[in-house]
Design a binder for this molecule. Structure first.
Ligand SMILES: *Cc1c(COP(=O)(O)O)cnc(C)c1O
Length: 234
């Protein structure tokens, strides 16, 4: 690989700024979450040296391993993958934010464990905006009732919504997913959920479209760390 991590990170930041400009948005309105899942601890250490503090991970086992190897860096772990309820205890101890909150039993399990830890974390609700059967996420129609219930929990600050768009080269289809999330956020805010600000949407392959549709945070892995298929088995 000829490009360095530093070059790729700078290129991604530049593309985010350009996409903001094209969308008539202020650069700096869109945060970057570096998705480090499957990449080795040395890559995260290097990224930390370039100013990255928050890392997106999909599996608690990997968070646990990296957290002990990188303890000196005190990274902030952001969980973006499907979380099994029986991993709530470990998540409550280690992660600073969960973006993949998608069902009530998980919220209850996290709440119980967070209370034991005496911690409060930020959460985003993952919403299913794509018709693909394999995608996790809450059905949009279930969102109002889910937000009501979450509002009763003291251990979680509900900051916004997260989604993954349909995996398709069709710009219209991908943007429709992002637009659905933004419209849901706007409607929920109108209905009184004032704290709902963030929209975590856009990955390496589609983040410019997500920024066009109002994303406030893009989750970028391979465009920063390199191709995940070169990582071998995990
Ligand atoms: C892996 C992953 C990403 C990043 O994907 P890239 O294509 O590597 O940028 C973003 N969001 C979620 C939920 C992921 O699982």
């Amino acid at each position: 690989m000829s490009d360095s991590l530093e070059t790729r990170l700078a290129a991604v930041r530049r593309r985010i700024d350009l996409a903001c400009e094209r969308a008539g948005r202020a650069p700096g309105e869109v945060a970057l979450l570096a998705v480090s899942k499957t990449f080795p601890p040395e890559a995260l250490r290097q990224a930390a040296g370039l100013g990255v503090r928050r890392f997106g991970e999909s599996r608690m086992q990997e968070v646990r391993q990296k957290d002990s190897e990188l303890a000196d860096l005190k990274p902030e772990w952001v969980l973006i993958g499907h979380l099994q309820t029986n991993k709530a205890k470990e998540a409550a101890r280690l992660v600073s934010e969960v973006q993949s909150l998608d069902r009530w039993p998980l919220a209850e399990a996290l709440d119980a464990r967070l209370r034991l830890e005496g911690r409060v974390i930020d959460v985003l609700v993952q919403v299913k905006t794509s018709p693909e059967p394999s995608k996790f996420g809450l059905e949009p129609a279930a969102l109002p009732a889910f937000l009501e219930r979450l509002g009763g929990l003291q251990t979680m600050r509900v900051k916004g919504l997260m989604t993954m768009a349909v995996n398709s080269p069709d710009e219209g289809a991908v943007r429709a997913c992002f637009r659905m999330l933004r419209e849901l956020r706007d409607r929920m805010r109108d209905e009184g959920h004032a704290g709902l600000e963030r929209l975590s949407m856009g990955m390496s392959g589609d983040f410019e479209w997500a920024i066009q549709e109002g994303s406030t945070e893009v989750r970028i892995g391979s465009a920063i760390f390199g191709s995940r298929s070169n990582q071998g088995s995990d």
